[in-house]
Design a protein around this ligand. Structure first.
Ligand SMILES: [Fe+2]
Length: 211
């Protein structure tokens, strides 16, 4: 009778992301990288805003773990956005990519942090699940964009950023998954988790969907 399951949530979110972002492809690799590197440099604020809503210690742990990983797992040279910058600096277009972003994206991000910090616990965890669900799809888009700005396939794949992310995104998804199981075992509402997940996908579409 229950058609909506944990797997369904993630599959549904991935399929929305595929239809609205992946299938459109990247028109402007410079713009895509500019937007993604901004998001990468700010993303732990989303984990922090979600964490502020969570009163279940096991879920607090999972969110802190994801944020800690993004922040380099105890080594500030390994902060993910720094690793991405190192990679982008290998491109002849690095100067354009690292230009300041249109305020539209900054505004969307800031509004999202405020919204997230006011969500219910179920919605907030749904948002993080939605943020992590398309991680592999995003990694593929990112690879395409990096090749598009003149970085070689070998340099992309052997970069610290890609080596870490191929290993780490799986863990992030498992963390999101585990959090949902805890939430649902605690009797939270599946519909709110869906709602939060959809908000995350809408956010990603605004932040990187038009590039
Ligand atoms: Fe990362």
């Amino acid at each position: 009778m229950m058609l909506l399951s944990i797997e369904n949530i993630e599959d549904r979110l991935r399929s929305r992301f595929r239809q609205q972002v992946v299938d459109q492809g990247i028109n402007d690799a410079v713009k895509f990288l500019q937007q993604w590197s901004y998001l990468s440099s700010q993303v732990t604020r989303l984990h922090g805003a979600a964490l502020a809503r969570i009163n279940v210690p096991d879920i607090q742990y999972l969110l802190a773990e994801i944020a800690y990983g993004e922040c380099g797992s105890g080594n500030k040279d390994k902060i993910h956005s720094k690793l991405l910058t190192n990679l982008i600096n290998q491109s002849p277009f690095a100067y354009s990519i690292t230009q300041e972003l249109d305020t539209y994206f900054v505004d969307v991000f800031e509004e999202t942090v405020v919204e997230l910090s006011q969500m219910s616990q179920d919605e907030a965890i749904g948002f993080i699940v939605g943020l992590e669900a398309p991680a592999y799809q995003i990694l593929q888009l990112l690879r395409e964009a990096l090749l598009g700005v003149g970085i070689s396939y070998i340099d992309v794949l052997n970069s610290e950023y890609f080596v870490i992310h191929n290993a780490v995104e799986k863990e992030h998804q498992e963390s999101g998954h585990e959090a949902m199981e805890i939430i649902m075992n605690s009797g939270f509402e599946l519909s709110k988790i869906h709602k939060g997940g959809d908000q995350a996908i809408n956010f990603l579409i605004k932040m990187i969907g038009d590039a």
